[in-house]
Design a protein around this ligand. Structure first.
Ligand SMILES: Cc1cc2nc3c(=O)[nH]c(=O)nc-3n(C[C@H](O)[C@H](O)[C@H](O)COP(=O)(O)O)c2cc1C
Length: 328
């Protein structure tokens, strides 16, 4: 499956591992790269010691992702990531302009994840090499636009502008059908998070993964109350999708009530998160949870997605042929 993404990154499959904060460490990122995709370490809010530990075992070329507004408070993390032989840097959730020049100067591809057309314009202005159109069904923080219309709406101006900028779709892509759909929407590849969050190599407690396996897409909800428990607070309109738990059953929609009880509720949620207890702390995955039924190795996830996408595209081609020659 050759696309502009596979050509530009020298990879076999048009799949990028999402830099899921904390969950996508060096072991998962390098497993994805070794299996023919492109692995990204989730640098998240930025912890120099954690990052150093995860960059070290990455025994295949991988990239690193950061939360842009947090990175601006800790610029040394970008120096740290660029000092290692990284293959891409992905700042998300904020204007990439303040960090773009440093990434370009290091001759490292700049991947910008966007949620709206305004964000896309800012990514184009920052001369992004790859734009990731993240729809609201994604795991991790995001906004409301659906992947299905956001990706092609951004594909059109990018195509008109010229072939330089690569487009990936993200959000709800967890099997071959999703990957095939992303390509049909005009993307050159997919950024996949939730599916790899439930993989053997992810840095995620097994009971949390089990909760995701047993969940349906309907169990994912976008909320702000988890942010109140987790810290740090996020700016702007971003919300986070989580699988429901007794905590969100009680507090979702009652932020004022939660704020009044925060002195006990925050440590309770955080203790449950540290213990990997999904009955209180919420697994952070998106609607794709309903498509996830096991926790295999990353390489198996990749090969299944590719086989499924090839089969879906072949089915679509057969249907097209049938329509064109009804008697054949
Ligand atoms: C647990 C989790 C944490 C995430 N953290 C980040 C992050 O720190 N930075 C980032 O750019 N994207 C992050 N994302 C979002 C992904 O980059 C991507 O948009 C999303 O996972 C795609 O949707 P999917 O989960 O349905 O595959 C995270 C996703 C998950 C599931």
């Amino acid at each position: 499956m050759r696309t502009r993404l596979t050509q530009a990154f020298g990879i076999e499959h048009p799949i990028i591992l999402a830099p899921a904060a904390g969950a996508a460490g060096g072991a998962l990122a390098s497993a994805v790269t070794r299996a023919g995709g492109f692995g990204m370490i989730g640098g998240g809010y930025g912890d120099a010691e954690w990052l150093a530990g995860e960059l070290a075992p990455a025994d295949a070329p991988v990239g690193a992702g950061f939360i842009t507004w947090s990175l601006e408070k800790a610029p040394h993390l970008l120096d740290q990531a660029l000092a290692a032989p990284r293959r891409a840097i992905m700042p998300s959730f904020g204007d990439p302009a303040p960090v773009a020049a440093q990434i370009h100067d290091a001759k490292v591809p700049l991947i910008c994840q966007i949620q709206t057309l305004d964000h896309a314009r800012a990514a184009i202005d920052a001369d992004a090499d790859v734009i990731v159109a993240q729809g609201g069904d994604a795991g991790g923080h995001g906004d409301l636009r659906g992947t299905m219309s956001l990706a092609p709406e951004i594909a059109d101006p990018l195509t008109a502008r010229g072939p330089a900028t690569i487009l990936c779709a993200a959000g709800g892509i967890a099997d071959g059908r999703g990957l095939a759909a992303a390509l049909m929407l005009g993307a050159d590849g997919a950024v996949v998070g939730s599916r790899f969050w439930v993989s053997a190599e992810a840095r995620v407690p097994k009971p949390m993964q089990a909760a995701a396996i047993n969940a349906a897409g309907d169990d994912a909800l976008r909320t702000r109350v988890v942010e109140r428990a987790r810290e740090p607070a996020w700016p702007g309109r971003f919300t986070i999708p989580v699988l429901r738990s007794s905590f969100t059953d009680r507090w979702h929609g009652d932020q004022a009530g939660l704020d009044a009880a925060l002195a006990t509720e925050r440590p309770r949620w955080q203790a449950a998160a540290a213990a990997g207890d999904p009955s209180v702390a919420n697994p952070i995955v998106g609607e794709a949870a309903g498509l996830i039924h096991d926790a295999p190795h990353a390489a198996d996830i990749l090969s299944d997605m590719i086989a499924g996408a090839e089969a879906a595209l072949a089915r679509a081609a057969r249907k097209e042929k049938c329509r064109c020659s009804p008697r054949s």
